[in-house]
Design a protein around this ligand. Sequence first.
Ligand SMILES: NC(=O)c1ccc[n+]([C@@H]2O[C@H](COP(=O)([O-])OP(=O)(O)OC[C@H]3O[C@@H](n4cnc5c(N)ncnc54)[C@H](OP(=O)(O)O)[C@@H]3O)[C@@H](O)[C@H]2O)c1
Length: 235
Amino acid sequence: MKRIFITGATRGLGLEMVRQYAQQEHVHIFATYRDEHHAHALQSLADQYAPHIDLLPLDVADEQSIQHIIHHIENKTNGLDILINNAAINPKDDTQSIGNLSMDGFLQVLRVNTVAPALIVQTLLPLLKKGNQPRIINISSDMGSIEHRSYGGYHAYCTSKAALNMISRGLAADLAPYHIIVISLDPGWVQTDMGGQNAPLTPHESIAGMIKVVDGLTMRQSGSYINYRGKTLPW
Ligand SMILES: NC(=O)c1ccc[n+]([C@@H]2O[C@H](COP(=O)([O-])OP(=O)(O)OC[C@H]3O[C@@H](n4cnc5c(N)ncnc54)[C@H](OP(=O)(O)O)[C@@H]3O)[C@@H](O)[C@H]2O)c1
C-alpha cells in the first residue's frame, strides 16, 4: 500500500495528482482542502474512489492547522510513503512588481510557498520515518531558478521557490540518515488557474510526467532540482 499526502488538492495540479494516483492500485491518498465549499471536485473524486481517498482540512498558512494533520493521518495509518507539498500562491495583481511591494504581501507568499512546506515536513516526519522508501516532493518552479532569472517582476513568487529549493537541499542532507528522498520538482508551465490558459501543458500531461519521476526516484537523486520530464534544472 502506497500512502500519499498531497496539499492544495482542490484544483489545478493537486486535484489532477489525486485523480491520477487514485487510478493506481494499492494506494491511499490523504488530500487536503482549505475551504470545503470550494472542494466539490475533490469531494467527487473521494466519493468515486472511496475508501482510498481521505480529505483533510488544511490551511498551510496557519501553523495550528498544520499541527492537526498528523492526528488525522495517524487515525488511519502509522506511516507515510510520499509527501507532496503542492499548495502555493502566485498573486496575479501588481503586488509583486517593484514599486508595489509590501512587507505583508511578500511575507504571505513566503509563508505559504516556503515556510509551510518545511513545517509540514517537520510535522509529518515521524510518519515518513516509518514509510516505505519515503520521499518528499516539494513542488517548485522553473521560476525558482536563479540561473534562469533573466526577467523581472514576480519577486515574491520567484524568491519563495528559490528558497524552497534551498529547503529541499538542506532537508535532503538532514534526512539522508533515514533514507528519505527529498527533491524540488518543477511541473512545467501548465494550464491551471495559476498557469493560465496560454500554458503549453495540460494538467494531465504534467502530472503523468511528475508521477513517473516520483515513482522512479532513487536515493542518489535526493537533493536534486528536476522537472516533470526528469531533466535536471540549474539552481
Ligand atoms: N501552473 C503552473 O504553470 C505552475 C508552474 C510551476 C510551478 N507550479 C506550482 O505547482 C503547484 C500547483 O500549482 P497550480 O497551478 O495547481 O495552482 P492553482 O491552480 O492556483 O492551485 C493552488 C492550490 O493551492 C491551494 N492553496 C493556496 N493557498 C493555500 C493555503 N494557504 N492553504 C492550503 N492550500 C492552499 C489552493 O487551494 P484553494 O482552492 O483553497 O485556493 C489550490 O488547491 C504550486 O506549487 C505552483 O507553484 C505551477
